[in-house]
Design a protein around this ligand. Structure first.
Ligand code: ZN
Length: 259
């Protein structure tokens, strides 16, 4: 009996140590200097912030990476991948200092697109990112190549990481419906939904430069225009002033100082 207890005790200790090691590895795997350097090099949103907000952004990236594991399937996860995923997570909720993603603990990166194992509708569409449901609740799956591509200069209005994290924000109230209730002030809900449907019509008529995928439903519309809003704010303000103002009221109720 004593031996069994002893063995169990050792097993528990080993398990706790492995957890501690895993946690420590996540925390110290990336120094603040590395994070700063990578943000500066790759993340335009970060470069547009003033110094104080840059410091706040770095801290939130670090905190995200302490809480969320980023793992690779058939690929090696590099520092740049960790920082880009975290940046994609923080950008949409940066104006909300207390926001924590409670609905995610792991981001899985695949080298390219994926469609077989994770296709839910079986239509063979190449998936570049998705928020897990059912047994994969609390997971996000992203294409490593697409995450990198999204942050590349000239990538235009596409950013897969931002897209998927906006879905997570949207989902946090229980419904992925294009209406993130935690962010959207009640009085904006109706004008927002009305604007979504007007713009969907324009996209369908070929009279809008917003990605056609946004016509899929309200949730995809929100995710697609959020990519545009965070990647090309000046262009969006000029081309879609009303939409821009609504998105600003959702994502930046108190203005985030820019340089
Ligand atoms: Zn989507």
């Amino acid at each position: 009996m004593e031996t069994i207890l002893g063995i169990t005790g050792i097993a528990i200790m080993a398990f706790l140590l492995s957890l501690a090691f895993r946690k420590r590895k996540v925390v110290t795997g990336l120094s603040l200097d590395t994070v700063k350097g990578l943000l500066k090099e790759h993340v335009a949103f970060y470069r547009r912030l003033d110094e104080n907000h840059q410091v706040a952004f770095e801290a939130r990236v670090m905190r995200f990476l302490e809480r969320v594991h980023i793992t690779g399937v058939n690929t090696t996860v590099e520092d740049v991948d960790r920082v880009l995923v975290a940046a994609g997570a923080i950008i949409p909720i940066f104006a909300f200092p207390d926001w924590e993603y409670r609905n995610i603990h792991e981001v899985v990166l695949y080298p390219g697109s994926f469609n077989e194992e994770y296709s839910q509708d079986g239509n063979g569409r190449n998936i570049l990112g998705m928020v897990g449901t059912g047994p994969m609740q609390n997971q996000m799956i992203l294409s490593q190549e697409n995450v990198r591509q999204g942050f590349r200069a000239g990538s235009d209005k596409h950013n897969t990481a931002i897209h998927e994290f906006v879905h997570l924000v949207d989902k946090s109230d229980g419904a992925t419906d294009g209406l993130p209730e935690a962010l959207i002030p009640h009085q904006y809900a109706k004008p927002w939904l009305r604007r979504i449907h007007e713009e969907m019509q324009l996209i369908k008529q070929g009279r809008s430069d917003i990605n056609y995928y946004g016509t899929t439903n309200e949730a995809e519309f929100l995710a697609v225009v959020s990519e545009y809003f965070f990647e090309k704010p000046a262009e969006m303000e000029q081309r879609h002033p009303e939409l821009y103002a609504l998105l600003k009221s959702i994502f930046m109720p108190a203005s985030v100082e820019e340089k």
